[in-house]
Write a protein that binds this ligand. Sequence first.
Ligand code: CDP
Ligand code: MG
Length: 718
Amino acid sequence: MPPGAGQLALPIYASHDAIIKAVRHHQIVVVEAPTGSGKTTQLPQMLLDAGLAGDRMIGVTQPRRVAAVTVARRVAEERDCRVGDEVGYAIRFDEHASSKTRIKYMTDGTLLRESLEDTRLSAYSVIILDEAHERSLNTDLLFGILKRLTTHKHRRKSLKLLITSATLEAAKVSAYFSGCPIQSISGRQYDVSVSHSLENHDNDYYQAAIDTAMQVHLHEAPGDILMFLTGQGEITKAVRQLNEAVSSLPADCECDALLVMPLYAAMPPDMQARIFAPCPEGCRRLIVATNVAETSITVSGIVYVIDPGRVKQKSYSPQTGLDALTVVPISRVQAVQRAGRAGRTQPGKCFRLYTQQYFDRDMPNITVPEIQRTSLLSACLYLKSLSNDIDVISFDYLDPPQPEALEDALRQLFILDAIDGQGEVTPLGSQMARLPLDPCLARMLIAAANLGCLPEALIVAAMLSADSIFAENRGPEQIARMDAQQLVQAGGITAAGQQLVKKLMEDGPGDHILLLRLYRAWQETGCNGNWCQAAGLNTRGMRFARDVEGQLEAAIENSNSTFFERALGDGSIGRAKKRRKTSHSSEIELRQAILIGFASRLAHRMPTHNGYKTLGERSVLAQLHPVTANIAADEDGLLPEWVVYHELIATSKNLLRKVCPVDATWVSFITPKIANADVNRLRGGHREQPSQGGRDIETVSVSAAEQAAAAVVPRPQA
Ligand code: CDP
Ligand code: MG
């Protein structure tokens, strides 16, 4: 299907011939063009229509799930096909692609996982690493992996690689790929007049943004507004507040109607679709968005941009294992990018809620790539599983990660039995890498298969993979504590629903087991949506978990892996599921499996109070997060001696979130391993004979640990 007039008008078409020629003549090409030029939607179509796909696919990676899906829908529409036919997408737990698919949008994580199954990526003739400027961890890993694949001695000569970016240091990427050509495309950018505020807003940027939005709406000429905020909670609040402000305008106000719309990654797809629908006559749109609107999603019609200069960013400290999700200043590159969103269709205006001086002098130059501020646990496992020749420390990264972060990851992988004492990936480790889960959850499933509680563990993994199981981000404890008036205010939660949640956590099971029980209770209602609402659960989250459970089950059934033999041997997991209802005894095995999976995240209670100390090389003091599901205390009010945690977050305090109590006897099987995680050996790469010290490392056979756990654990009276 030939491109329509709208498509042909996009800036990238002006360089059509040059791009096609460059791709024909070079294996690797960097394409640099401003946001909205048509890189994501048009480039793959141009290559396909020029015959460059051959008889394979064009794979296009996106750092964000939401972008992969919306873009695939858009391109399918442009080519007049159904999503999953000529144009498809694949993101974790959601795939719409078929043998007919020629252009496949996917997250960078999905392509990484595919590369484990097929290291030569033979399904693809072209790979486009899109939105490379975002420098997501997985895109950075793909840089290295694709560099190997296109340059090492058994390289795939026919594979074409394009790296596309809006603002990237193209020269740096080109140098990394041995000086590959750069195609620069100038966008059609109208003037954007930028005004800075007279003072910086430290804690009140939110209110400043709301006020500015109302000012723009009341006093500026027609045109849509894009306002950046930092997260879903803030955005939801802003939408509510702005709607209230608009409804309290005097009746004789002569301004247009204001249509306030949120835009964030976790938004339901039908709500996202509204963003691309045309604006009704006599109406101004105000889109309140996270950073997703900075480059990955282009909303048309924006004339005004409000930029508070903040972004919510993940960071991880390998020294302490603490994760933080904090609001931090954006970089100057991002500020320029945001302003540019105002000038796509006509001259625009950008209102920066920080001073000119701050922009000139104090704003960070560039954003720190994710690889330098996140846990590298799964990254290291991927690299090691891809090939034992890869030395994660000296791997050819575009920007190398901190050595401490790599060491931290290696230590954890050893504790999880994913690598041996010499740093080589174990068969168990490569099975873990192949499951679409973080290594801890993957380890938990394998342990569960040995301990005979895989169906239960699948549910826990699925429930932990859903963004929000509880509506409005409440925790179970909060639901349990609501009084009658709060229940009414919460809208939907009923007294009976609250009773049920209370009852399910009466015996202090902790979060994982509570999630399992909630899921089972929901299943018993035939997966009823009203029931979810009554109990304060998020129906969408629960349905997502159900899908994930099914997909994990299928992944395991198709894996033919010896690690799941016991679980699969006697028929499908499905049958196993029907045979057993959750009983307290299967919960005990499940908690053992959780311990084995989260062995690198153990915490020990202080002798006299309820503070916990995390175990490992560098431990920290932390408390249970207030939303933790009930954990039973003893007569002296003391919490269980040992817990494992899913998350350790730094806020004003260090908090353990999603916690499971575990038995001290089981823990004694794990602690020697933690003590033995000697990072100097685990670095691997240098494969000389193990030194004297090296031999001391106990390469505990996993199943031995598991079997021991199963045999020794005393069965408490249920
Ligand atoms: O990737 P790049 O930023 O260069 O541009 P793009 O995402 O391919 O977008 C090109 C054009 O398609 C823009 O004008 C977008 O507004 C439009 N588009 C759209 O209308 N709906 C989508 N779902 C995606 C893009
Ligand atoms: Mg794009």
